[in-house]
Design a protein around this ligand. Structure first.
Ligand code: OOG
Ligand code: MG
Length: 256
């Protein structure tokens, strides 16, 4: 096994056992971004070998609020599997995760293949529908602390996602109000415009970045555009509900 295989196995084990692991860069400071994406692919290959299926991609650190919260300021991406999809309105088991957080997201579903250097107009034309969403992020690293290559290797912290009702692709989502509430109290308020000025730019970035490793956005793929606000750390007993102007809301409860 190469050291990249070992890093992937360690991260996979950390996720399966919900236990934190030291940052890779603590002992291997030279891990490059390209190597980190190789680790991420190896990590996903372990999940696919257990029967999980690819369902799309997540973009990360596409807003200033997120970059500031985690101290990394590069756009990153990760891969979504069917097992990460959570039932909207259901109960999320806190104990399955190390230190989960939730954040508001906008989800696109792809209607036509998209890859490479595309314009915003081409990205819009490739969308089939848009939905309100939330992502559960759970860094497998101790104290939720990481450098850029660490978080990339860790599938960009992705561990779950909720998608609400699909709205027509013609819905203007460039500047929608977003309110994330915990037990009825607003904890994050923002706008979809915080996502790179316009969330479609996140899809443009996704098409370019996945093409860099020979992949493409395929019909039926879900793409999460990245959080518009900082994330909220989850505690059992919380009811999380995020409302998106024009798109409706998404909710779930946190159980032990
Ligand atoms: C990295 C993942 C960032 C987003 O939406 O910005 C992300 C993290 O915050 O742990 O998913
Ligand atoms: Mg996210």
């Amino acid at each position: 096994m190469s050291s990249l295989d070992t890093f992937a196995a360690t991260l996979d084990d950390a996720a399966l056992t919900a236990s934190a692991t030291p940052q890779i860069t603590a002992t291997y400071p030279d891990l490059s971004v390209d190597e980190a994406y190789e680790v991420q692919l190896k990590l996903l290959q372990l999940r696919w070998a257990r029967g999980e299926c690819r369902v799309g991609y997540k973009m990360g650190l596409t807003s200033r609020a997120k970059m500031i919260q985690v101290g990394v300021s590069e756009i990153i991406w990760g891969r979504l599997t069917d097992a990460m999809r959570q039932e909207e309105g259901g109960v999320l088991k806190r104990s399955r995760f190390v230190h989960p957080r939730v954040e508001p997201e906008i989800a696109y579903i792809i209607g036509k293949p998209l890859a490479g250097n595309v314009s915003a107009a081409e990205a819009l034309a490739a969308i089939e529908a848009i939905a309100p969403a939330m992502e559960i992020i759970d860094s497998r690293y101790q104290n939720f602390k990481f450098a850029l290559p660490d978080v990339i290797a860790d599938n960009s912290s992705s561990s779950g996602f909720y998608v609400g009702s699909w709205a027509p692709k013609s819905t203007d989502v460039t500047n929608l109000g977003i309110i994330m509430e915990v037990n009825g109290r607003p904890v994050q308020i923002g706008s979809s415009a915080a996502i790179l000025g316009n969330p479609i730019r996140s899809l443009v970035s996704a098409a370019r970045l996945v093409a860099g490793v020979g992949e493409s956005l395929q019909p039926g793929d879900i793409v999460l555009a990245g959080a518009a606000t900082a994330a909220h750390a989850l505690t059992p007993g919380e009811y999380i509900r995020t409302s998106f102007q024009r798109l409706g809301h998404v909710a779930f409860s946190v159980g032990a």
